[in-house]
Write a protein that binds this ligand. Structure first.
Ligand SMILES: *Cc1c(COP(=O)(O)O)cnc(C)c1O
Length: 387
């Protein structure tokens, strides 16, 4: 389906039915598969004959999700995982060896930092952190044993961005793989592989499901890389369940429509926030006032659904705004139809020291909104209650 546009692929790619001729894809809730004969079993196990053996290796529902997501990201292959964290861990374990070194952006998803510092470090893998957008820091952090650049662009909650194409030139020149966690934008708004990245990682828990129903993840890359990642998931077990695969498969059908609506709502909210007396600063990539607006306009096809803003009066004022809301969900989750509100300094970034928070611009007055799909007028009214 090479010549088809994104929205058509999102609905049609990999579509197939069984002899029952169901229109919506079936869910294959089975842990194992049977063989016609002992010979067929032997051929499946020796890989002479392709086909399913056991659901930790492959499952038709999971396969449908993997094929569709690969088409949407412009990747050759995909392996789905039980969560976004499983996807990140599987990528790292497949691509680095003991004694290697990783350069990662400082402002990644909090659990990704915890994973690097407390689990990956146990395997004698060195880790250096750099500021996402500063190409010279990436270059200077490269060592002889550096094998992986790992980052998230744009960052959450402030919308820092790195030029993926420029960074890929540095990684390629040094034989380093560039892996981008694309959960914040989804393939509907950014395709890092087309910009020069080697690996894309997803928490499908976020916008790909988009409705807060399940955990899921995925790694996308060349066939050679994905073979290594799936060797890891086959042996260690963080495979995606068929039921969750079906949910995220259905999520892809409406992804691009939902992302457009998230972006429209987010821009309306950010624009309104800019005019409020009690608001010191608004961080949204779609605003021309954002320092990364031009770069984001060039490499993304939308600015996403995350808006953050700083209120005057520090933590007390921020808590007042959060507690005065009646519709919004007070939760650190994001990428949902429901608008969520959180105070990063005391939740998602609570593990940082005062100094690190200051460096990262996570101030006490900062509030993060993951803008959902409710009527944006109602969301704005709800936020205005405590301002
Ligand atoms: C949520 C998130 C993850 C982790 O995904 P899970 O599905 O919760 O394991 C990783 N990266 C980013 C950017 C996220 O937002």
């Amino acid at each position: 389906m090479k010549d088809l546009k994104f929205d058509t692929k999102a609905i049609r790619e990999g579509y197939r039915t069984t002899q029952e001729q169901e229109h919506s894809e079936a869910i294959f809730l089975t842990s194992s598969f049977v063989f016609d004969s002992a010979e067929q079993a032997a051929n499946r196990f020796s890989k002479e004959e392709p086909g399913n053996i056991y659901a930790r290796f492959t499952n038709p529902t999971v396969d449908a999700f993997e094929k569709k997501l690969a088409a949407l990201e412009g990747a050759d292959a995909c392996v789905a995982t039980s969560s976004g964290m499983a996807a990140i861990f599987a990528s790292i374990m497949a691509l680095v060896e003991s004694g290697d070194h990783i350069v990662a952006s400082r402002n990644m998803f909090g659990t990704s930092i915890v994973l690097l510092n407390t689990i990956v470090s146990k395997f004698n893998v060195g880790i250096s952190y750099v500021d996402l957008g500063d190409l010279s820091q990436w270059k200077n952090a490269v060592q002889d044993n550096t094998k992986l650049f790992l980052l998230e662009t744009p960052s959450n909650p402030l919308g820092e961005v790195v030029d993926i194409t420029a960074l890929s030139k540095i990684s390629q020149a040094n034989n380093i793989l560039l892996a981008v966690d694309n959960a914040i934008l989804s393939p509907a708004l950014q395709n890092p592989i087309k910009l020069g990245a080697d690996v894309v990682i997803h928490s499908a828990t976020k916008y790909i499901d988009g409705q807060g129903r399940c955990l899921a993840g995925a790694v996308l890359a060349s066939e050679v890389i994905i073979e290594k990642v799936s060797a890891f998931t086959r042996a260690t077990g963080p495979s995606l369940s068929a039921f969750n695969a079906w949910i995220v498969l259905k999520g892809l059908d409406t992804l691009s429509l939902r992302m457009k609506a998230h972006c429209d709502n987010a821009l309306k909210l950010a624009t309104w926030l800019q005019d409020q007396n009690q608001v010191k600063k608004v961080h949204y990539l779609g605003l021309e006032s954002h320092p990364n607006h031009a770069l984001a306009s060039a490499q993304q096809s939308g600015f996403g659904g995350i808006v953050s803003f700083e209120v005057k009066g520090g933590r007390e004022a921020a808590f007042k705004v959060i507690n005065a809301t009646e519709i919004l969900s007070i939760t650190a989750n994001l990428g949902d139809t429901k608008t969520t509100i959180t105070h990063p300094a005391s939740t998602t970034h609570g593990r940082l020291t005062e100094n690190e928070k200051q460096q990262a611009n996570i101030t006490e007055g900062l509030i993060r909104i993951s803008v959902g799909l409710e009527d944006i007028g109602d969301v704005i009214n709800d936020i205005s209650k405590g301002l």
